[in-house]
Design a protein around this ligand. Structure first.
Ligand SMILES: Cc1ncc(COP(=O)(O)O)c(C=O)c1O
Length: 405
């Protein structure tokens, strides 16, 4: 028998992939999956308008790009400290201190690759099996995913359209138990565009009282507010700094999604633990990216206002047109760059409707259920695309509904 035949005979059959049990509890962010499906349709020659993914269609401001290039040329190409470069931690401490009216020290800041890792790290660091974490539903899908992943219990608060998608604080109060470890809030809110006013935040704080509960406050859209709305952080309330984990970042405000940079602000002892998780996961955020972050926060802010004004213009247009489409009705979002129309009167469930719009009308949007069970009856359209593309998308949706409803 030749040695080749012997080898063929003993070749190992592919084994079954045996994942850890926790992997079955991990969710996902559907926007990335819809993007892949839309790209596959494009590869077959179909034209798709992309309103699924949540990223500004603008370029990163020139001064920020230049700061990144300069940093590369100056040798910021090495590892840095896990919680971030001292210069950026100080800049963030000053910025958050100024915008949230609190005193923040650099050791209370952890710089991470995007805002998302703060969810991952904070939930990982604080929530044990059996603990409860209250979160908004519909809401950013990673909250629920991470809570389930670590084996804690995800307790949804239903964000209702009749309350303009603000939290029902009575429902929140009655959901708090002795096992509640964390409450996640997000204002301005993805996907609904709802906001929490100063009064709402005060009432949330009152509902929690002096219990030992952390609030993970996702403020990534805090600079994208419309119609004179003001952002208010729970961190600004007296005695709340120690119980707040503030999540913010550069992706949305400075159109820097691909740079991967965000941050958390939290009490210094927790920051040290979050930093330890970062050492285990990715070591640190890219150094030259962080130097661009210093420029983003310290440099000219005109591009932020310009971008927000353009999002507002598109929001107004989209809401007005959606409200004229049969079966659709749409509230005016107060912040972020999404619209979240109610489509229950179309007679379609959200997911098949989003699929049909993608496949038959060439418009990529997300089913409300991508944001949790209470997203049923809604679709999410991002307005982070050019006005021409938005007009085309709405023409297509309108035409499709005329033929199919
Ligand atoms: C509510 C919310 N938080 C956090 C993030 C994460 O942002 P980043 O891309 O910086 O990780 C997103 C992104 O879509 C978001 O919508």
């Amino acid at each position: 028998m030749s040695s080749l035949t012997t080898m063929q005979k003993t070749e190992r059959a592919p084994s079954t992939l045996r994942l850890s049990a926790r992997m079955s509890r991990l969710g996902t962010e559907t926007a990335f999956e819809v993007l892949v499906r839309a790209r596959a349709l494009e590869a077959q020659g179909k034209h798709i308008v992309h309103l699924e993914i949540g990223e500004p269609d603008f370029d990163t401001p020139r001064n920020v790009i230049d700061a990144g290039i300069n940093a590369l040329n100056q040798g910021f190409t090495h590892y840095g400290p896990s919680p971030g470069l001292p210069e950026l931690r100080q800049t963030i401490a000053d910025y958050v201190g100024r915008t949230r009216n609190v005193s923040v020290k650099p050791e209370e800041v952890v710089v991470v690759p995007g805002g998302k890792p703060i969810m991952f790290y904070a939930i990982m660091a604080l929530a044990d099996e059996g603990d409860e974490v209250i979160y908004p539903n519909p809401g950013f899908p990673i909250y629920e995913s991470m809570v389930n992943f670590v084996g804690a219990k995800a307790v949804p608060i239903h964000l209702r359209e009749d309350l303009d998608f603000a939290l029902d604080i009575d429902e929140l109060a009655s959901s708090i138990t002795g096992r509640t470890k964390m409450i996640i809030i997000n204002s301005p809110h993805n996907p609904t565009g709802g906001i929490l006013t100063k009064r709402d935040i005060e009432r949330i704080a009152e509902a929690i009282g002096d219990r030992d509960i952390f609030v993970l406050s996702d403020e990534i859209y805090s600079r994208l507010l419309y119609d004179g709305q003001q952002h208010f952080s729970i961190m600004s309330l007296p005695d709340w700094k120690d119980r707040t984990i503030l999540l913010d970042g550069f992706s949305k405000t400075y159109a820097m999604t691909g740079w991967r940079m965000g941050y958390g602000v939290m009490r210094a002892d927790l920051a040290a633990q979050v930093s330890r998780l970062q050492t285990n996961a990715v070591s640190c955020t890219a150094s030259f990216t962080q130097m661009a972050g210093v420029e983003a926060l310290k440099g000219d802010q005109a591009s932020v206002d310009k971008m927000a004004a353009e999002f507002k213009r598109r929001r107004d247009y989209v809401v007005e047109r959606l409200n004229r489409i049969k079966g659709f009705s749409c509230k005016m979002p107060k912040g972020a760059f999404y619209v979240f129309p109610n489509v229950s009167k179309t007679g379609w469930k959200s997911k098949p409707l989003a699929d049909a719009l993608l496949e038959q009308a060439g418009v990529a949007a997300l089913s409300g259920t991508a944001f949790g069970a209470y997203g049923e009856g809604y679709l999410r359209f991002s307005v982070a695309n050019s006005m021409d593309n938005i007009k085309l998308a709405l023409d297509r949706v309108e035409e499709w509904t005329k033929k199919n409803l």
